[in-house]
Design a protein around this ligand. Sequence first.
Ligand code: HH2
Length: 282
Amino acid sequence: MTAFAASQPVRAMPVKVMGVLNVTPDSFSDGGRFAAPEAALAQARRLIAEGADILDVGGESTRPGAEPVDAAAEIDRVVPLIRAIRAESAVPISVDTMKPAVARAAAAAGATIWNDVTALRQAPDSLAVAAELGCEVVLMHMQGEPGTMQAEPRYDDVVGEVAAFLAARAEAAMAAGVARDRIWLDPGVGFGKHRTRHNLPLLAGLDRIVALGFPVLLGVSRKSFIGALDDGAEADRRLGGSIAGALAGAAAGVAAVRVHDVRETVQALRVWRAIAQAGSLG
Ligand code: HH2
């Protein structure tokens, strides 16, 4: 299969860009940069101006070794920002949290998407709260727990196992009352996966996740597998690799990419799509 084949118009659907807005002191690539409220709002405005279709606001890092945050502190980080963005923009806002109480507070402040890296498994009432809120949900695959997930990830068939997990979580969400058209799936690049041995086959097999029939969100931006493929390049030197990953996702039919560098990704996707469309015409 040619990943960037221009002769596949079905693969050239517009891909939404979700801009990452971490209001944390310790996120892996931008920790501390937007912890102050004015800096966070300025970054939100910038991401919107650069073409973000969705803003993903997070108040707790999921990196291995990150400090756990209690719900009240996480709410204090994300809710004022969500309110401030909502006061001046209609951009859809997602909240990146594992906690139902945070999702609930964020929804009351104007967030319409709950992005949960545990696929609504963290708390006993996660599924019920998602159904009650009526929000969209992102169900992400992760092997293990954030603190230890990178210790010794193991798979016999990484694509098959991730797809089966996501299909099961979508079923669980629907059984709990989440509407089918509210569900997104995310393969969870970097979450309990060996940098290259697992993440690369997963990216190569994304079409099997897309084939499950739900919109797929893909987060590769600045992740460590890029550094592993480029002499250990640090997180702030991974833009090229991040864009390569986004385009691989676009070619496989993902619906959205979660990125730190919005402007550059929007440009790359526009060019990729224009080429794909020209190919299908000619
Ligand atoms: N990646 C991160 C956080 N949340 N959510 C989804 N759905 N998919 C992802 O791939 C994903 C995610 C990690 O990136 P970042 O937010 O930059 O770092 P941290 O978790 O350290 O805040």
